[in-house]
Design a protein around this ligand. Structure first.
Ligand SMILES: Cc1cc2nc3c(=O)[nH]c(=O)nc-3n(C[C@H](O)[C@H](O)[C@H](O)COP(=O)(O)OP(=O)(O)OC[C@H]3O[C@@H](n4cnc5c(N)ncnc54)[C@H](O)[C@@H]3O)c2cc1C
Length: 370
């Protein structure tokens, strides 16, 4: 249990576990941590409920044979976590001090929070392309996830925007359902690896629009996507040329399509960790220990969901790693308490001396040690 008398500077209570993010991973972690009587604090962030709130129908989450609305799934998850004592607050973490103990989190509104263990479940935001109407139609025929929404487009003609490996993966997956898949790429050559590009090029249902970009999406929330306006220019990157002298040579074309998939990458929400000792990979993802744990290179800090998983990015995998992070955090707190002689932790910061040379369980973090 959080000890409310255990304060930093005698002001703020120190939480046992703070969870940053209220998507599926954060909610799943919250349920597990709360059921362990650790009363987690969940910071909801700029997008309460996370990415799943952007989608209308989830058909591949266990336990909902008829499918379930993204919002509904999140609403139920939050209710479940609250039932066991999780506390949700609006708040976005802007910076973190993870050098001392307890950890310090600075929120955008100026508040500071203290926690012994930290679960980072901040997700990875899919990049959007900035086309007209994408805000309105995201989740209504526009998607950033072919694995999630591809099956809704059986027999449709669809567009995939992008030219890298993720766009090729999306296109190849969608070709199982759609009549035709047209990859729209702003240059005349792909950025994707040769093997992925080759597979897409050889596929008889996959077509390419070179030097082209998506300008506008047509449709409505009732009817879904009905078409798109593409622009193209012989030298590529046509939207950059609009409004300049070269704009005269930009061609516009309206195409009829039933779905549009963005495959232009994801940005992990880890900016607030940049000045901390937590390792991030080149893309900004939070690498966790190789093998089945969610531990990062900083003891007491755990990663869950899309922020640590550039590969699967599914609700069910995010929920899975959320529960893992909760169990890892709980075990770590227990080990720390044992080490401190029965008290969960001393609640005092020991800047510059985190005692981090060893894992709480005494094992060196092998995979991350070098
Ligand atoms: C349109 C769409 C449809 C999808 N459909 C499906 C589907 O049908 N099936 C499926 O399995 N998956 C689907 N997915 C993928 C699924 O939504 C993600 O895999 C899942 O949401 C990842 O959960 P997460 O908790 O890791 O991250 P997210 O859901 O991204 O949640 C991240 C959370 O972190 C918070 N946050 C971010 N930065 C901060 C900060 N600095 N401080 C505090 N909080 C912060 C955000 O506010 C948010 O609450 C879909 C995704 C999209 C975009």
């Amino acid at each position: 249990m959080n000890d409310v008398t255990d304060t930093h500077d005698g002001v703020e209570p120190v939480r046992d576990v703070a969870i940053v993010g209220s998507g599926v991973a954060g909610l799943s972690a919250a349920i597990y941590v709360a059921r362990a009587d650790l009363e987690p604090l969940v910071l909801e962030g700029p997008e309460p409920g996370g990415q799943l709130t952007l989608t209308t129908e989830v058909e591949n989450y266990l336990g909902f044979p008829e499918g379930v609305g993204g919002m509904e799934l999140i609403r139920r998850g939050k209710e479940q976590a609250e039932r066991f004592g999780a506390e949700f607050v609006h708040g976005t973490v802007e910076a973190a001090d993870l050098d001392g103990r307890p950890f310090e989190l600075e929120l955008a509104n100026g508040d500071t929070l203290y926690t012994r263990a930290l679960i980072v479940a901040t997700g990875a935001s899919a990049r959007w392309v900035g086309a007209e109407n994408e805000d309105e139609l995201m989740g209504y025929g526009v998607s950033t996830c072919a694995t999630c929404d591809g099956a809704f487009h059986r027999g449709d003609d669809v567009l995939v925007i992008g030219g890298g490996d993720s766009a090729m993966e999306e296109a190849l997956f969608l070709a199982k359902f759609a009549d035709s898949v047209t990859v729209v790429h702003r240059r005349d050559e792909l950025r994707a690896s040769e093997i992925m590009a080759g597979r897409a090029r050889e596929h008889e249902q996959i077509y390419f629009r070179w030097n082209a970009e998506l300008l506008e999406i047509h449709g409505s929330r009732e009817d879904g996507v009905t078409g798109a306006t593409l622009v193209s220019h012989p030298d590529g990157r046509p939207t950059e040329k609009l409004g300049t002298d070269a704009g005269e040579d930009v061609a516009r074309e309206r195409v009829d399509v039933g779905g549009i998939f963005y495959g232009v990458g994801h940005v992990p929400n880890t900016d607030f960790l940049r000045e901390t000792p937590v390792d991030l990979d080149d893309d900004g993802h939070l690498p966790t220990e190789t093998g089945m744990t969610t531990r990062t290179n900083v003891p007491g800090v755990f990663g869950a969901g899309d922020v640590m998983d550039p590969r699967y990015r599914q609700a069910v995998t995010a929920a899975g790693t959320g529960s893992m992070a909760a169990l890892d955090a709980e075990a770590w707190l227990d080990a720390e308490a044992e080490r401190a002689g029965g008290d969960r932790a001393d609640g005092e910061r020991a800047d510059g001396d985190r005692g981090n040379d060893e894992r709480a369980d005494g094992e060196a973090p092998e995979a991350l040690a070098d």
